[in-house]
Design a protein around this ligand. Structure first.
Ligand SMILES: Nc1ncnc2c1ncn2[C@@H]1O[C@H](COP(=O)(O)OP(=O)(O)O)[C@@H](O)[C@H]1O
Ligand SMILES: [Mg+2]
Length: 318
């Protein structure tokens, strides 16, 4: 089964990229591939390149990759309880990362760790260092994970559903905090979420993933203001909005994502699409310019719309 296939994108230094799509669309596999955490027998990176600051990570010796992982690229996972080791103190775990990547002694590592906890607004960081993960609430543990992720000043922070396990109020606080800290340090962020609402206002650019591929990408304005792909429309329709004058019924995308073992022929979204035409069942739409300057969409229909606009502008009647 191809969990992701033909996925290609760039993230610039300091950029905030949102990656959205339903569960199973390949978001985590994409992130884990960048970190080179896809390993047999669970999975395999068959082909492709992952260029990071001019080096192909897939060709790098494992020793060098260990410096990149946690040092230049950090990753925060959905459930902090599975990433934090329950039998070691918060301090031990933070200091281990710091000593490994910053080559400092234990004493200095402790100071850096305390500062990192202070940065994420954890009160009494010096004493907290001697506490165990179970002594914290979910939100606090996720703050610790952010502190750990940012403690080595990575150039890229990959946050995979960092707030999905938290309640809504805590979600907003954690997201604000994480993005503020990243902005202060000039860290690029790849924020993965199944919730388009979470990336609104937080991200510069957005890519929408479906069934192992990118179906649409562009700036946040383009994606929210003029979405080209019916799947993106569907995701937007299922978002709660405060600016709707009366309680509108929320639309959801009907059906369920396809099995990647035997994906549909043509456009992978066609069995769920309200606008499906014969061509959608026959051929796979390539990702191409559609809508705004930086916008790409993988939809036959979106491209048709675009051509029509050009035709009208040129005075053609066809
Ligand atoms: N270790 C694994 N073994 C088998 N299938 C996997 C594994 N990890 C992910 N997958 C499959 O790869 C696809 C993409 O998964 P994933 O990237 O986790 O989705 P997302 O993060 O978008 O929810 C899914 O169909 C999932 O079932
Ligand atoms: Mg995931």
């Amino acid at each position: 089964m191809r969990a992701v296939d033909g996925v290609s994108f760039d993230i610039a230094a300091g950029e905030r990229r949102g990656v959205v799509g339903e569960s199973g669309s390949g978001k985590s596999v994409t992130a884990m591939s960048i970190m080179r955490l896809i390993e047999p027998p669970a999975g395999e990176i068959v082909t492709g390149t992952i260029d990071f600051q001019g080096t192909n990570l897939l060709a790098m010796p494992e020793d060098d990759m260990q410096d990149v992982r946690g040092g230049k690229i950090a990753m925060i996972f959905q459930d902090p309880m599975t990433s934090l080791n329950p039998v070691y103190t918060i301090g031990d775990q933070l200091m281990e990362t710091i000593m490994l990547h910053q080559h400092v002694n234990k004493h200095d590592a402790r100071d850096i760790a305390a500062q990192a906890l202070d940065d994420v607004h954890i009160p009494g960081p010096q004493t907290v260092l001697d506490d165990y993960p179970h002594q914290f609430s979910g939100g606090m543990r996720q703050r610790v994970m952010i502190a750990m992720g940012l403690s080595c000043n990575p150039d890229l922070l990959i946050a995979d559903e960092p707030t999905t396990a938290l309640d809504v109020t805590t979600q907003a606080q954690i997201m604000d905090l994480m993005l503020q800290l990243a902005a202060d340090r000039g860290t690029a962020v790849m924020l993965i979420t199944h919730d388009l609402g979470v990336v609104a206002g937080f991200c510069d650019t957005i890519q929408v993933m479906y069934a192992g591929g990118i179906v649409e990408s562009g700036t946040a304005q383009e994606i929210f203001g003029d979405p080209q792909h019916p799947y993106t429309w569907g995701l937007l329709g299922s978002m709660t909005r405060l600016d709707e004058s009366h309680a509108e019924r929320l639309h959801s995308v009907r059906g369920a994502p396809p099995s990647l073992i035997n994906p549909p022929r043509g456009c992978r979204f066609n069995p769920r699409c309200d606008f499906v035409q014969d061509i959608c069942r026959a051929s796979y739409p390539a990702l191409r310019t559609s809508g705004g300057d930086d916008q790409l969409a993988a939809c036959h229909f979106a491209v048709d719309l675009d051509l029509k606009t050009i035709d009208v502008r040129e005075g053609s009647t066809t």
